[in-house]
Design a protein around this ligand. Structure first.
Ligand code: ARG
Length: 599
C-alpha cells in the first residue's frame, strides 16, 4: 500500500490538473483519475508513452470493499509488456505521480489498481459542485452539432406506442446533449408523403364525416383511410382511382394539394397538443415531403456513379458485401420509397448542418432499414457518424393502449389517467394544499411517472407498463424520486427556520459517517453519469444513477441526524442535502421530468 503525500487542499475550481493546463472543473472524476492512471503506467513503462492510444480507464468499483475506484489496464498490457499483470500493476502503483484526489493505491487480485479517494479532496470538490447548477459537468459538446431524428409519426395516423417511446427517449437524448453543450437539431421527420395519400384523398371524397373530422380529426382520417384501403383491396377501379389521385397530388393539382395540406395540418395539431403536454419541442419538422424535389437528382447520381442497378424494372443498390439484402431506391412504377427519402434526408442534413452525428430513434422494426440506408449513405460519400437507437415495444396494460388499436386519443387518456392517479397520491400526501396546486403537482407526477417508466428501462428490453410500478412511492419510479427531491429540498427550509442560513457556507463539508462519504462520492459521479448516458444514447443510465442517489440519500438520512447534529456537522450535512437536491432536479430535468417543491 502506498499513500500519496499529503497535499494542501484548495478549492477544486482553482486547482490545476497536472500537466494539462486545464482546471479540474473541466474534467469529470473518472476522466481525472484515468489521466492520472495513464501517467502512472507511463511512468513505470516509458514504452507506453509512444502508444498515443494507450488509456487506463478508471471506473467505480463493483464492491465497496475494493476501494472507491478501480483500474484494470494492467490486464490488457500483459501481452505487450510480457509481464504478469500483477507485476505491471505494482510497478504502476510505485511509479504513480501524486494526485490530490488519490489517498491510497492498492494492487489487488490478478492486477487491479484499487484507489481510495481522499476525503478532504472529495469534500472540496463537492463544495464546488454544490455551488454549480451543472454539478461540475463539463460541456464537451461545445462547437459540435448533433441531428436528432425522433418522434416522427405519420400523418393521418395516430401515434402508436413506438412513436411515444421515440418521443420520450429522443427528448431525453436531446436534453442530455444540449446540456453537454452540443448544438442539437431536433427534427421531427413526419411521414407526410407516400402512396397512402392517394387512398386517403379518394376515401375522403367519398366518406368523410365532417362532424367526426371536427371532433377527432386523426381518428376520422384513419377511419377513412382504412375504409378506402379495404375497398381498394377488392375493387380494381377503386385502386386505379386512388392511383390517379396520387398522381394528381404529385403533379401539384391544387385541389389535392389543399386536401393534403389540410390532412397534415389536422394531424400536426394533434401531435402538437401531445408534444406541448409532454414538454417536447422540435427545432424542425421537416416531413418526408420536404425532400421530394431532391429525389430524382439523387437517383440520377446513383445511376451515374454506378451505385444502383436495374432489377426487374426497379432500381436497387447491392449490399451483399455487407451481408445485407438489396436496398430498393426506385420502385417498378417509378415511385420512390422510404429509403430513397431517408438517403436524400441524410445528404441534406450533412450539407445543411455539418453534424458530427445523425441519430435516429425508432422501434426495433426499423433496424434493417437503417442498416441499409447507412450503408448506401457511406457509398454516397457520407462520413458523418450515423446511429440508429432502437428500442423494443413496450407492453401496456390491457385496454389502455395497445400497438394495434392505440391512438392519439387513447394516449391522451393514458396521460389523463396518470394525472388522476397522481392526484389521489398528492391529496393523500399534501391534504393541506389548495386544489389547484395539488393538480399542478399531480400533472408533474403523473407525466413524470409515465416518462420514467419508459426511460428507466434498458431501451432494448421488453417492458410491461403497470400503474403500480410507475407510481410506486417506494420503488424505482418518478414519484419516488420526486418525493425524495421534495423532502430533501425541505431540509434547507427547516434549517433556515431555526438557524442562520447565511452561515451555512461558512462551514466546510466534511464526512463524519460512512453513509455521508458514500453519498458524497456518488454525487461526484453525476457528470460521469450524464456523459455516459449521452454517449451511449441510453437515458436509463442516468435514471439508474438517480435512483441510486436517492437510495444513498435515504441511507444517510436514516443513519445520521441533520438538524440535531452539532454545529459544523449540521451545516455540512445540510449542504450535502442541497447538493443531492440539485443533482436530482438537474438529472430529472434531463429526463424531461419536473421536480415540484412539494408533493
Ligand atoms: N415515420 C416513421 C414511422 O412512423 C419513422 C421515421 C423515422 N425517421 C426516419 N428518418 N426514417 O415508422
Amino acid at each position: 500500500m502506498r499513500f500519496a503525500p499529503p497535499t494542501p487542499t484548495m478549492p477544486a475550481s482553482a486547482a490545476a490538473v497536472k500537466g494539462t493546463g486545464m482546471t479540474q472543473e473541466e474534467h469529470t472524476l473518472e476522466q481525472e483519475l484515468s489521466t492520472w492512471a495513464r501517467a502512472a503506467f507511463r511512468a513505470a513503462f516509458p514504452a507506453l508513452a509512444e502508444a498515443p492510444d494507450f488509456a487506463a480507464p478508471v471506473a467505480r468499483t463493483a464492491q465497496e470493499a475494493h476501494g472507491d475506484a478501480q483500474c484494470n489496464a494492467a490486464m490488457g498490457l500483459a501481452r505487450t509488456l510480457r509481464k504478469p499483470p500483477r507485476a505491471i500493476a505494482e510497478a504502476a502503483a510505485a511509479a504513480a505521480p501524486p494526485h490530490p484526489a488519490v489517498a491510497a493505491v492498492e494492487v489487488a487480485g490478478p492486477g487491479f489498481l484499487n484507489l481510495r479517494i481522499d476525503d478532504a479532496w472529495a469534500a472540496r470538490r463537492l463544495e464546488a459542485a454544490a455551488a454549480d447548477p451543472r454539478l461540475g459537468t463539463p460541456a464537451p459538446g461545445a462547437g459540435r452539432t448533433l441531428v436528432l431524428d425522433y418522434s416522427s409519426p405519420n400523418v393521418a395516423k395516430p401515434m402508436h406506442v413506438g412513436h411515444i417511446r421515440s418521443t420520450v427517449i429522443g427528448n431525453a437524448l436531446d436534453r442530455l446533449h444540449r446540456f453537454l453543450g452540443y448544438r442539437v437539431i431536433a427534427d421531427n421527420h413526419l411521414g407526410d408523403w407516400g402512396t397512402q395519400f392517394g387512398i386517403l384523398i379518394l376515401g375522403y371524397r367519398h366518406f368523410a364525416d365532417p362532424v367526426a373530422l371536427e371532433a377527432a380529426p386523426v381518428e376520422e382520417l384513419e377511419r377513412i383511410y382504412v375504409a378506402s384501403y379495404e375497398r381498394a383491396r377488392e375493387d380494381e377501379a377503386w385502386r386505379d382511382a386512388a392511383r390517379r389521385e396520387l398522381v394528381k397530388l404529385q403533379q401539384g393539382d391544387p385541389e389535392n394539394r389543399a386536401l393534403w395540406t389540410r390532412f397534415v395540418e389536422l394531424s400536426r395539431q394533434e401531435f402538437d397538443r401531445i408534444y406541448a403536454r409532454l414538454g417536447v419541442r422540435f427545432d424542425l419538422t421537416r416531413g418526408e415531403s420536404h425532400y421530394n424535389e431532391a429525389l430524382p437528382d439523387l437517383i440520377a447520381r446513383m445511376e451515374r456513379e454506378g451505385l444502383a442497378r436495374e432489377s426487374e424494372g426497379a432500381l436497387v443498390v447491392d449490399l451483399e458485401d455487407e451481408g445485407l439484402p438489396v436496398c430498393l431506391v426506385r420502385k417498378r412504377d417509378g415511385g420512390f420509397n422510404y429509403a430513397t427519402t431517408d438517403l436524400a434526408t441524410v445528404l441534406d442534413r450533412v450539407q445543411a448542418f455539418a453534424p458530427e452525428a445523425i441519430v435516429y430513434v425508432t422501434d426495433e422494426r426499423q433496424q434493417l432499414h437503417f442498416r441499409q440506408v447507412f450503408a448506401v449513405a457511406r457509398r454516397l460519400g457520407v462520413r458523418t457518424r450515423l446511429a440508429h437507437v432502437w428500442f423494443g415495444l413496450m407492453r401496456l396494460p390491457e385496454g389502455t393502449f395497445s400497438t394495434r388499436e392505440g391512438n392519439v386519443i387513447k394516449l391522451e387518456r393514458l396521460l389523463d389517467e396518470a394525472e388522476e392517479r397522481a392526484l389521489a397520491l398528492v391529496r393523500a400526501s399534501s391534504p393541506d394544499l389548495p386544489e389547484a396546486q395539488q393538480r399542478a403537482i399531480a400533472r408533474a407526477v403523473g407525466l413524470g411517472a409515465v416518462k420514467y417508466a419508459d426511460l428507466s428501462q434498458h431501451p432494448q428490453s421488453l417492458v410491461t407498463f403497470t400503474w403500480d410500478k410507475a407510481l410506486a412511492l417506494d420503488g424505482n419510479s418518478a414519484p419516488y424520486l420526486q418525493y425524495a427531491f421534495a423532502r430533501i429540498a425541505s431540509v434547507r427550509d427547516k434549517y433556515a427556520e431555526r438557524f442562520d442560513a447565511a452561515a451555512l457556507d461558512r462551514h466546510p463539508i466534511r464526512f463524519t459517517d460512512p453513509s455521508e462519504r458514500r453519498l458524497a462520492l456518488h454525487l461526484l459521479r453525476f457528470p460521469d453519469a450524464v456523459l455516459r448516458a449521452a454517449s451511449a444514447f441510453r437515458p436509463s443510465l442516468l435514471a439508474d444513477y438517480l435512483y441510486e442517489l436517492a437510495q444513498a440519500y435515504s441511507r444517510f438520512y436514516q443513519n445520521v441526524p441533520f438538524l440535531r447534529a452539532p454545529e459544523g456537522v449540521r451545516e455540512s450535512r445540510v449542504r450535502i442535502c442541497g447538493a443531492v437536491a440539485r443533482a436530482l432536479r438537474a438529472g430529472l430535468d434531463l429526463l424531461g421530468i419536473e421536480t415540484p417543491d412539494r408533493i
